[in-house]
Design a protein around this ligand. Structure first.
Ligand code: SAM
Ligand code: DTB
Ligand code: SF4
Length: 327
């Protein structure tokens, strides 16, 4: 496993002939994973909209006029019921998201209580709540949280044009706190925001130079949301999205690479190429946080067509941080 990838090496991977890139990605994938098994996580927005941050892609930022209405923090029982439902439908991980810059006070205590109850369902628990202090990361770990999602979103050179209210270094600091608290890191980015291939290579370099690599790497295709500054960004070539998945797989061979936002509008054929490129995780369920996801029945049909199966609950990745892997 390598942690010293240079941007130039990653660009060289991006520039390979498509068939060579796919072949290399598939070889890496098969060294660490069953190529026909896909992990499924279900998302729930527990605190929607009204976010003080100005991320230009996001429908939940209070800076933009989108059709997302601001809502208060959900009650614990409703969150637990949603987790139960997700488990019954086949998800192995339940991920709760809040449109916060950072969690605070009583709301944070309420989230800790939600995590404890999700864990009682014998599901993996993930949360994405914005920036975390070291103390907050430790409190989430103590509550039983398995994964924390905090994306770098783009290369440092592109980032400032997308978000001004928080610095790249803030994100790196939060990731460090999550790691120090011995939680699994879920960290990826968004493709299709108007960035160059060099920027995409720069994002992957940031991720692939982390030691250890993030256990989970969500690659989101920008969902262009009306009212946000990125609503009218140009169409993105989906084969370049597939390449981004393949390069993530090659550089972070033992991480779960998630084919994340944007599946709703992707043809089966593109999703099949993403799985061939080494994606082995998806968001499963009708909704992401506020945007639509591919419908579950369409996923069931796609899995059947491709001979894919959902992953069973305990995975090498989920065991990695508990030391069971070496047991
Ligand atoms: N507020 C927290 C934060 O930003 O860390 C957690 C929730 S935030 C919505 C989680 C991630 O969703 C973002 O980092 C971004 O990668 C992704 N995201 C948000 N809007 C998106 C969009 N329109 N298209 C694709 N991904 C998006
Ligand atoms: C991630 O990388 N993608 C998810 C999850 N982590 C939290 C969120 C996608 C959000 C898409 C826009 C929305 O639903 O509001
Ligand atoms: Fe807020 Fe997260 Fe959306 Fe940024 S991505 S505006 S921090 S909810």
């Amino acid at each position: 496993m390598r942690f010293d990838w240079t941007i130039e090496e990653i660009e060289t991977l991006f520039n390979l002939p498509f068939n060579d890139l796919m072949f290399q990605a598939q070889q890496c994938h098969r060294q660490y994973f069953d190529p026909n098994t896909v992990q499924r996580s279900t998302l729930l927005s527990i605190k929607t909209g009204g976010c003080p941050e100005d991320c230009k892609y996001c429908p939940q930022s209070s800076h933009y006029n989108t059709n997302v209405k601001s809502e208060v923090l959900m009650a614990k029982d409703a969150v637990v019921a949603a987790a139960q439902d997700a488990k019954a439908r086949g998800a192995t991980r339940f991920c709760i998201g809040a449109a916060w810059r950072e969690p605070k006070g009583r709301a944070f205590e309420a989230v800790l209580a939600m995590v404890r109850e999700i864990k009682l369902l014998d599901m993996e628990a993930c949360a994405t709540l914005g920036m975390l202090s070291q103390t907050q990361a430790q409190a989430l770990k103590d509550a039983g949280l398995d994964y924390y999602n905090h994306n770098l979103d783009s290369a440092p050179e592109f980032y400032d044009g997308i978000i001004s209210s928080r610095k790249y270094q803030d994100r790196l600091d939060t990731l460090k706190h999550v790691r120090n608290a011995a939680m699994n890191v879920c960290c990826g980015g968004i493709v299709g925001m108007g960035e160059t291939r060099l920027h995409r290579a720069g994002l992957i370099a940031q991720l692939a130079r982390m030691d250890p690599h993030p256990e989970s790497v969500p690659i989101n295709m920008l969902i262009r949301i009306e009212g946000t500054p990125l609503a009218d960004v140009a169409d993105f070539d989906l084969l370049e999205f597939v390449r981004t998945i393949a390069v993530s797989r090659i550089t972070m061979p033992s991480s779960y690479v998630r084919l994340s936002a944007g599946r709703e509008t992707m043809a089966d054929e593109i999703q099949a190429l993403c799985f061939l490129a080494g994606a082995n995780s998806i968001f499963y369920g009708e909704k992401l946080l506020t945007a639509n996801n591919q419908a579950e029945d369409a996923d069931v049909r796609l899995f059947a067509k491709l001979g894919l199966q959902g992953e069973a609950r305990t995975t090498p990745s989920s065991r990695r941080m508990t030391g069971e892997l070496n047991a």
